[in-house]
Write a protein that binds this ligand. Sequence first.
Ligand SMILES: [Zn+2]
Length: 264
Amino acid sequence: MIKFDFDIHEIKNFGMGIVLGLAAGALIVSLGAYYIISEDNAEAAAKEAELTSENEELRGQIRKENAVEANTETLAGDEDGWQLILVNEDHPLDASYVPEKLTEISPGYQVDDRIVSNLQQMLNDGAAQGLSMYVTSAYRSYAQQIETFNASMQNRLNQQMTPLEAYQETSTSVALPGTSEHATGLAVDIISTSYGELDDRQGDTAEQKWLMEHCWEYGFILRYPPEKSDITGIIYEPWHYRYVGKDAAQEITEQGITLEEYLE
Ligand SMILES: [Zn+2]
C-alpha cells in the first residue's frame, strides 16, 4: 500500500521533470521523492502505531475470551483444577457461570459445596480458640456484583468525586462484574465481630491474625495480601479468603506469593 502511493507520486514528479529539463527534472524527482518518502514514513509510522494498538486490543480480547472459556471449563470440571481457577481482571469468568452446587453456610450466604467442610472446620476451630468471626460475603452472582460495584461507585460520587475518580477508586477495591472471585463460590469475606469495618485495621484483629496464620491448613489463602496490589490488582484485603486446596495453600503461604505468581 505504501509502496503503491510512492510510485504514483514518483511518476507524476518525473513528468514535471521532463518539462523543466533533464538536469532540473532529475533534481526535482529526487527532492520530490525525498519529500514523499519522509511523508510516507510518517504516515506509515502512524498507521503502524494504529494497527499495533488495534492488534493489541484484539489480542487482549482474544486472551480474555480464551480465559473465560478455560476458566468456565476448569470450574465446571471434576478435575482438581477447579481449586486453582484464576479470576482477575485479565481472567474474567463467564457472566453466566453458576457453581453446580451451592450450599448455605449461614443464613443468606452460600459457597460452592466442595469447600463447605473445610470452611466450616476453619470457622469452628477459630471459635474453639475463643475467636468470634463471621462470613459477611460469600457467593455473589454476576447481577449482585454489578449491584455491589454500583453501590460503591455511588458512595464515592456522594463524596464529591468525579465519575472517573469514583470509577477508578471503586475498581481498586471492588472487582468489575465478571472479575470477582465471589462469583466462583470459592471465596469468602470473613470479619471479626469486634471490628466491623472492611479496612486495613481489620487485619489487626485477633481473628484475622489467627486466620492468616492457619487458613492454609484448611486449603485457604489470604488472596489479596499487602504489598501485592500491583500483581493482584486489588488492594490489601485482610478479610478475603480463597479456597485453593491444601497443597497449593501451603505452598503459596510458605513462599509468601499470590495465586497469580503460583500459577505463572
Ligand atoms: Zn471478598
